[in-house]
Design a protein around this ligand. Structure first.
Ligand code: NAD
Length: 275
């Protein structure tokens, strides 16, 4: 096998799990993260288990940073075969307090209370940049090395909210819809040069990003957490390990004729009408 996989956001909850699973299948892993320490921790775990990996501090929003990372990866592991665009997330400034606007909300005099009219475009921009530009730019930097080789692919991380927006998070929903759309665009664009482009669309996974939205400090479900479980036919949150099967399949030869898809991994959430 020995293909080189570059993973951005690799110090995070979901992508560290994918990195370890790919390393167990003998892929060589380059872990890129803004938080270099987090990437190093994952890299050490991979090495202890006998895998090959390196950790690199890199910012998916800075081309020079990614180009620097690319030359380190090339030198230490070889040119990139597979890119997983895992860095992403939401921002509180792009989030409303309530799911629905009520007439009386406009009378509330509290800076912490945010309706649509209070959303800060800096927060919205942050979310669009991180999720969309943070997927497009690493693809630009790393896919160049894939041209002319075989078995190369890109795996983006979209989300449930790309299909139907989730309440309260218009920026994140729009940005992930853009990631799914870009996945199709790039799949078509790269179809003649042998680079497949696909995405995972995870449902709800309890991670640091959403823990306070979905659970209370006593570990109980919030109202939003309860609603999600009620709307998920399989009746639970996803575990990071639930993403491994689809990732191995999309990165491997078994999916050679698959490009331009986003796979929902959601316990049936997207299939359920609620009744
Ligand atoms: P996480 O916050 O645990 O990991 C994200 C990682 O990205 C962090 O290690 C962070 O340091 C890194 N990062 C942030 N900005 C960066 C930048 N500019 N450059 C490089 N690295 C940067 O998040 P997670 O829950 O593991 O999510 C991983 C991906 O899955 C994200 O794209 C997220 O939007 C998506 N996703 C998560 C869920 C969920 O329920 N957790 C659901 C659907 C999609």
């Amino acid at each position: 096998m020995n293909k080189v996989v570059v993973i951005t956001g690799a110090g995070g909850v979901l992508c560290s799990t994918l990195a370890k699973a790919l390393a167990k299948k003998s892929y060589k892993i380059a872990l890129l993260d803004l938080n270099k320490e987090a990437a190093e921790k994952v890299s050490n775990e991979i090495k202890i288990q006998g895998g090959t990996s390196i950790a690199i501090g890199a910012n998916v929003l800075r081309k020079e940073s990614l180009e620097k990372a690319r030359s380190i990866v090339s030198k230490e592991l070889g040119p990139c075969d597979i890119l997983i665009n895992g860095a992403g997330g939401n921002h509180p400034l792009g989030t409303t307090t309530n799911p629905f606007l009520n007439n009386e909300d406009l009378l509330i005099d509290n800076k912490e209370f945010k309706t649509f009219f209070d959303l800060d475009m800096e927060g919205v921009q942050f979310v669009f940049n991180l999720n969309f530009i943070g997927t497009m730019l690493p693809s630009q930097v790393f896919a160049k090395e894939m041209i002319g080789k075989t078995g190369c692919s890109i795996l983006n991380i979209s989300s449930m909210n790309a299909y139907t927006p989730l309440t309260k998070i218009p920026a994140y929903s729009g940005a992930k819809a853009a990631v799914s759309n870009f996945t199709q665009w790039l799949a078509v664009h790269f179809s003649k040069v042998g680079i497949r482009v696909n995405a995972l669309a995870p449902g709800f996974f309890l991670t640091e990003q959403n823990r306070t939205l979905l659970t209370t400090d006593k570990g109980k479900l919030t109202q939003r957490g309860n609603t999600i479980i009620e709307q998920t036919p399989m009746g639970r949150f996803g575990e990071p390990e639930d993403l491994i099967g689809a990732t191995l399949w999309l990165c491997g030869e078994q999916s050679n004729f698959v490009t331009g898809i986003s796979i929902p991994i959601d316990g049936g959430f997207s299939a359920f009408s609620g009744v």
